[in-house]
Structures are given as C-alpha cells and as structure tokens.
Design a binder for this molecule. Structure first.
Ligand SMILES: Nc1ncnc2c1ncn2[C@@H]1O[C@H](COP(=O)(O)OP(=O)(O)OP(=O)(O)O)[C@@H](O)[C@H]1O
Ligand SMILES: O=C(O)[C@H](O)COP(=O)(O)O
Length: 404
C-alpha cells in the first residue's frame, strides 16, 4: 500500500500536486478563447484538492497537456483550467504562465495556507519528457511534499511524475490515484468471464503492442478505430486511404496468430463508414457512405465502423461479465462519424450486470456525449496508463511513491 495524503501532516506545507489535466480543449469562436470540453479529469481531482485545502496546505498544481514537444503554444496552455477549477472549488485558483523559474518561485513562496496555484504545461519544456534532473529540481524548488494524483500519466517516467521525486523527501498518492489502483487492481486482477475488451482510437503504436498482453487475459477483443486498418491491411485487405502504421504489420501479425493459438475471439470490422476526405479544422467529412464489405475503396478512408460490425460487437458485449473499453471506434468528433462509438456505449448500457470499465480521454468524452456515463461501473481517467497497469507493467509514477 502506498503512502496516502491521509498519512502525512500537511498543515502549512507547500504541496506540489501532479494532476493529469490533459483535457480536451476547443476554441470558442464567440470569445476567441479555449474551453475545456470534458471536465472529467478535473472533477476527479476535487476530493484530493478539497482535502488539501481543509488541511491548510499550500497547493501548487502541475500537469502536462497534449504533446507540445518542448514548445510553448496557446492551444496547449493550461490557462483555461484555472477559472474552471476556481468555480469548482469555490476558491480562486491563481494561474501563472510558466512552471519553473524565479517568477514561479516567488509565487510559491508567497502562497498562503489553503491557496491554490496552477502552473503552466510542464511539456512546454523539453526537460519534462526527457526527465531532465535539472528541470525536475526546478519543479521541486520550495516544495515540502509531493503528491501524485495523476494516474493517467503514471506510465510516463517524466520529470513531473518521476524525476521530481528524487528532490522531495515526503511523497504520497492522492485520492484519485488510490481509487484507480483499488478499482482496476481488484476488479481486473481475476476478471469474471467472459472478459471482453473493446479497443479503438488513433494511437496505433501505443495500443497494438498492448493487445498482445491482453490476449493472455481476455476472452474476446473487439477492434475499432484507426488501429483496425493496420490489422486489416496485415490480413491482405484493402484499406484505401485509411490511417495505418505499416511498420506495425509484424506486431499485428503476431497478435493475430496469438489470438488463434489462445482461442481468443479477435473481431475486426466487417463493414465501415468511409469518406472521401476529412477536414479536421472545419469538422467535415466529405461524401460519407457505408461499405457493405471489409475492403475499403482506393479513394476512401475509414472513419467509423459500419452497422453490421456494430451488431456483431453488441452481441459480444451484452453477454460479457467484465468489459473494458478504451478508444473510440471512429473519428467521433466529426459529425456523422460518431454512431459506431455511441453504439458501444449503448451496448455496454444494455448489460448492467457486467463490471464495465471505460478508460481514455476520448472514450470518456464519447461516453458523456452519449448520455450513458452513469450506466458503466467505473470510468478510469487513464488511457495508456490503464492499459499498462493491466499488462502488469511497473508504472514509474506509482513506483516512485514509497509504500507505507
Ligand atoms: N478511423 C480513424 N481514422 C483516424 N482517426 C481515428 C479513427 N478512429 C478514431 N480515430 C481517432 O482516435 C482518437 C482517439 O484515440 P486515442 O487512442 O487517443 O483514444 P482515447 O480513448 O483518448 O485513449 P487515450 O486516453 O489512451 O488517448 C480520436 O481523436 C479519433 O478521432
Ligand atoms: O491522456 C493520457 O493518456 C495521459 O495524459 C498521458 O498522455 P500522453 O500519452 O501524451 O503521455
């Protein structure tokens, strides 16, 4: 058991809290400013933050947002989180446009008991992802206690999740981290069967390797999203202009063989929604139409699963005893391409007696949009972190917090 914030005195201490506020932002054209479109990850940290405020701690929040690769930009600034968090906590959350340096140190020093300061995106510095000790040391300056409540980032050995721990003596996990570990650990250690995993999304390179591990635990895998096309391509199907990672074909082949060997059902889309092109800026899919077959025409790209696939996946979902869903089935952000993803949410809702776990920023956003969030057993705030946890991998963000 990890040391929790309940286990240490916090009054008057400067507490650096690593949260995962890697939340989706959208430009609000009316105000020309970015707004948070899914607050889940923020809401889930409120218990920890309220507790720290009650304990008269001086709270300094750090997080990453997006993948800015060491460069500052407004699109990935944490600034829009501050007013939102102020409202949710009922206390002013001050924001400063940097996360290290003399200005930040001054703010840290002048912080009073119960006050909350939010720092800028740690990934605006290359030192974050490189886990640079100098950068980690700068994050740790003027800090008494480090709290990791960022389960979603625990699989990253970055300066704010791992490196910083070498410069701060007292460390603990927050309530969100505790909940995630308890839930995912208990429910999925020895899952009730059939255990059905639904995987989709764009991060093919992240997830395709995870599939190999899940094949050792799950009874059935339902594949959607962009990663499905890499598998279909590997099997010799035509995928047109769909998003694929050709360098992952060998891994895909290995997974297909392993599924066969272990007698794990491995379902891929049998029909698709395709488009001529996608304009992500305008959120428009040109010439949407269903293919009645697995192959995708040359000049088209797959943007969602088709109706036959939805029904095939539904059949597996409604008879499962344990369900895990990570990643949308299509480019659900674009109007007209959301039906496949919503159909997964609906099918899960049809099976209330199963333990259902949904993980991943976009999957959660889609779940909320479908209005069925209250029909799942547990919503994990982790995407890659949850999958790594399932693989039994050591998560650096958890490892660096000592046991009781
Ligand atoms: N067919 C497709 N072609 C291109 N992009 C797709 C396709 N299907 C889904 N996507 C994109 O995948 C993205 C989500 O993938 P991602 O792996 O980030 O899922 P997630 O649930 O947020 O999990 P995580 O938290 O691990 O990131 C969405 O932006 C969606 O548009
Ligand atoms: O959204 C996530 O899974 C976490 O915030 C980690 O983000 P990353 O995949 O960009 O490291």
């Amino acid at each position: 058991m990890k040391i929790s914030i309940r286990d240490i005195p916090l009054k008057g201490k400067r507490v650096l809290v690593r949260v995962d506020y890697n939340v989706p932002l959208e430009l609000d054209k009316a105000t020309n400013s970015y707004v948070v479109t899914d607050q889940t990850r923020i809401l889930e940290t409120l218990d920890t933050l309220k507790y720290l405020i009650d304990q008269d701690a001086k709270i300094i929040l750090i997080s990453h947002l997006g993948r800015p690769k060491g460069k500052k930009n407004t699109k990935e600034s944490l600034a829009p989180v501050a007013p939102l968090l102020s409202g949710l906590l009922g206390t002013k959350v001050k924001f400063i446009g940097d996360c290290i340096g003399p200005e930040v140190d001054k703010e840290k020093e002048s912080l009073k008991e119960g006050e909350v300061l939010l720092l800028e995106n740690t990934r605006f510095y290359a030192g974050e992802e490189k886990n640079d000790p100098e950068f980690a040391k700068a994050l740790a300056s003027h800090i008494d206690v480090y709290v990791n409540d960022a389960f979603g980032s625990a699989h990253r050995a970055h300066a704010s999740t791992e490196g910083v721990c070498h410069f701060i003596k007292q460390k603990a996990i927050g309530f969100l981290m505790e909940k995630e570990l308890k839930y995912l650990g208990e429910e999925l250690k020895d899952p009730q069967r059939p255990f059905v995993v639904i995987l989709g999304g764009a991060k093919v390179s992240d997830k395709i390797e995870v599939i190999n591990k899940l094949l050792e635990k799950a009874d059935c895998l339902l594949i959607g999203g962009a990663m499905a096309y890499t598998f279909l391509l590997t099997m010799g199907h035509k995928v047109g202009k769909s998003l694929v990672e050709t360098d992952k074909k060998a891994v895909a082949q290995e997974a297909l063989e392993k599924a066969k060997e272990r007698k794990v059902k491995f379902l891929l889309p049998i029909d698709h929604l395709v488009a001529e092109s996608i304009d992500f800026e305008q959120r428009i899919a040109k010439t949407l139409e269903f293919t009645a077959a697995i192959d995708i025409p040359e000049q088209r790209l797959g943007v969602d699963i088709g109706p036959q696939t939805m029904e095939a996946y539904r059949k597996e979902i409604i008879t499962a005893k344990t369900l895990l869903w990570n990643g949308p089935m299509g480019i659900f952000e674009i109007p007209g391409c959301e039906k496949g993803t919503f159909s997964i949410a609906k099918s899960i809702a049809e099976n209330p007696s199963a333990v259902s776990i949904v993980a991943g920023g976009d999957s959660i956003k889609a779940l909320h949009r479908s209005g069925l969030s209250d029909r799942v057993s547990f919503i994990s705030t982790g995407g890659g972190a949850t999958l790594d946890f399932l693989k039994g991998k050591v998560l650096p963000g958890i490892e660096s917090i000592p046991d009781k």
